[in-house]
Design a protein around this ligand. Structure first.
Ligand code: HSE
Length: 408
């Protein structure tokens, strides 16, 4: 069987390497005589690369070749990835992608096109890189209602926060280290402002709750505002700060809570001990309770191994579309963030008398090593974001940090 790879970057070249290195096992496990890359689509040339002879800049060669049954999209972005993927599906080819931006923006349309053309559109690698999460959610955990799904979905920000927690670095210094090591881009916004994690939690939420959750309008906060002081206060309550993408069902409603934001996680939780560039996803099912998936959320071979597993699934299911996906949503099923209820940590410059007047007994003051004398910090009992904000406004104080506290 022949496959094509569109985009010969970090992941695309990893896909070619995995297919080559594990060819025998892949064939044995899929029942294929052979599985070979026939084309690699890229505008660049790769002199000296063993696959140099497969590289073409002509998409038509791929879409018009009846021998190519499965196409891997590892180009990234939505343009021209969306048009190319749609054309391949319409031409009767299954498509596998690692491209979270594409799935988060166009997943419903592409799943629909796959179904209409009796092929498959799969994207295990789009969330959590090499960590199995999409297939476990849709197969192994399929008998559960998903109460909540929450994860450390971005390795770069987890690396930065780990440096801040374990070495007491500032955000700026930790970011500079991440950039030096090649984890963070020169423009780090997609990672540090939470947009990469947002796309991933939207994909997970779409799968868990059955309707396409589009990233636009979802509450997203990154980690630029987290200071060493916040890290120290979290430590004083035996916790750490992590960037968490989460989605949860709301009892008695067809809406969900979904967001990306820093969160305070108690030490002892598996998410708290997920460090460096590693990712972890916790799934809370109504029957299974909590399960956690942990591993490498990025990187060439880990991510490529998830792509190739999808290629194998497409090969095994070449005669049918697997029942997999979600419905469209013209109206967002995301509840307003202002209604989200949680306990919170607050750090502010302020006057305890005004805080007491606004919050009464619903808060507990906390302190930490080297706490500045002109600041106070407290944890507040669960309340809606809008109520918390109203009380904070009533104090008239300069609020420096507000971070939700999780129960996982
Ligand atoms: N920039 C992403 C991360 C890569 O740091 O996790 C994987 O999506």
């Amino acid at each position: 069987m022949f496959v094509a790879i569109m985009g010969y970057g970090v992941i695309g070249s990893g896909v070619a390497a995995v297919l080559k290195q594990n060819q025998e096992k892949i064939c044995k496990r899929t029942g294929l005589d052979s599985i070979e890359v026939k084309y690699i689509l890229d505008l660049r040339t790769f002199p000296g690369d063993p696959n140099e002879h497969l590289v073409t800049s002509d998409f038509n060669k791929i879409v018009n070749d009846p021998e190519v049954k499965i196409v891997v999209e590892t180009m990234g972005g939505t343009k021209p990835a969306f048009d190319f993927v749609l054309a391949c599906l319409k031409a009767g080819k299954s498509v596998v992608t690692s491209n979270k931006e594409l799935v988060a923006a166009k997943g419903y349309e592409l799943l629909k096109a796959a179904k209409e053309n009796n092929v498959n559109f799969m994207f295990e690698a789009s969330v959590g890189g090499g960590i199995p999460i999409i297939r476990p959610l849709t197969r192994c955990l399929a008998a559960n209602e998903i109460v909540e799904i929450a994860g450390i979905l971005n390795g770069t920000t987890n690396f930065i926060l780990t440096k801040m927690i374990t070495e007491g670095m500032s955000f700026e210094d930790a970011l500079a280290v991440a950039q030096k090591l090649g984890y963070a881009e020169r423009d780090p916004s997609a990672d540090v402002d939470g947009y990469d994690a947002l796309r991933k939690i939207c994909i997970l939420a779409s799968l868990c709750y059955g309707k396409h959750v589009y990233p636009e309008g979802i509450h997203v906060e990154g980690i630029r505002g987290i200071t060493a002081q916040d890290v120290a206060y979290a430590k004083s309550i035996d916790s750490v700060i992590k960037l968490i993408g989460s989605a949860s069902a709301i009892e008695g409603s067809d809406k969900i809570n979904i967001m990306v934001s820093p969160a305070i996680i108690r030490n002892g939780s598996q998410l708290a001990s997920t460090n460096d560039v590693f990712n972890a996803v916790l799934v809370r099912g109504n029957m299974v309770d909590d399960v956690v998936f942990y591993g490498r959320g990025a990187g060439s071979l880990p991510t490529a191994s998830a792509v190739v597993a999808d290629v194998m699934d497409c090969a095994i299911n070449s005669d049918k579309t697997k029942p997999f996906g979600w419905e469209d949503s013209t109206e967002s099923n995301a509840a307003p963030y202002s209604d989200f209820v949680a306990p919170f940590y607050v750090r502010m410059a302020g006057d305890k008398a005004k805080v007491d007047a606004a919050f009464g007994a619903s808060i507990k003051y906390i302190t930490c090593e080297n706490a500045p004398c002109d600041e106070i910090a407290f944890t507040a009992e669960p309340m809606a974001v809008k109520d918390l904000e109203a009380k904070l406004r009533a104090t008239g104080a300069d609020v420096k940090s507000v971070i939700r506290i999780t129960d996982y």
